[in-house]
Write a protein that binds this ligand. Structure first.
Ligand code: GDP
Ligand code: MG
Length: 222
């Protein structure tokens, strides 16, 4: 199973007003800057450098859209929490993220990337607050888990799982490592499950259907 293989870059967006029209189900990837988000995306698409692993944290300030072979979209959101970014820019990103996470109709799930050594930072909690309110599922990847010994990694997983329960029962979590390529199948299963359950996948364009002939349009008066 390779859900994400052959993802192709479609477009980058810097402002919420410039988001492309929703063309299919979207799965967004978010995380603190330097948490390992780009690496995780690259690992999942088996396509190194698709999402660009950056040596300079905080550089990705855009929402990047990738189309998956099945017609759904992988959406790479700008990393947050990079201290060296000026407040005015941080405010813009915050606005962009909030708007996208709370209002995007075709967004069917959020993959939240956290460094396994520093899970659930205040900004991670902010993302959870915004998106959990939509009632849609969130899957947390505790990445760089190779940096923890087996015992502490397991402990982190359990503690984080307990804490995540505060955001409801649609939040799941797992250990992940891009370096060691651990957790890929588990992630594909969790995320693939959202696509399987999504009616948009089987009925593309359903929303754009013109009104059925003879149906009341509301525009005419007799
Ligand atoms: N050991 C280890 N390092 C990782 C892992 N994932 C990412 N990194 C490193 O962490 C740094 C930030 O990764 P990147 O994917 O660019 O993070 P992003 O800012 O969240 O997109 C880079 O130096 C990566 O090589 C991982 O699973 N294990
Ligand atoms: Mg990145």
């Amino acid at each position: 199973m390779s859900l994400f293989r052959n993802a192709v870059f479609v477009t980058s967006v810097a402002k919420p007003g410039l988001l492309p029209a929703s063309a299919g189900a979207e799965i967004a990837f978010a995380g603190r800057s330097n948490a390992g988000k780009s690496s995780a995306i690259n690992t999942l698409v088996s396509h190194t450098r698709l999402a660009f692993v950056s040596k300079t944290p905080g550089r990705t300030q855009l929402i990047n859209f990738f189309r998956l072979p099945g017609g759904a979209y992988l959406v790479d959101l700008p990393g947050y929490g990079y201290a060296a970014v000026p407040e005015s820019i941080r405010k813009q990103w915050r606005h962009l993220l909030e708007r996208y996470l709370t209002q995007r109709e075709n967004l069917i799930g959020l993959v939240l990337i956290m460094d396994a050594r520093h899970p659930l930072t205040p900004l991670d909690q902010q993302m959870l607050d915004w998106f959990a309110a939509t009632g849609r599922p969130i899957h947390v990847l505790l990445t760089k888990s190779d940096k923890l010994a087996r015992g502490p990694a397991k402990q982190t997983l359990e503690t984080t799982r307990r804490e995540l329960a505060a955001w409801g029962d649609r939040v799941t979590v797992q250990l992940f490592s891009s370096l060691k390529r651990l957790g890929i199948e588990e992630a594909e299963q969790a995320i693939g499950g959202w696509l399987d359950a999504d009616p948009l996948i089987d009925a593309p364009g359903e929303k754009e259907k013109p009104p059925v002939k003879g149906e009341k349009t509301g525009g005419k008066t007799p």
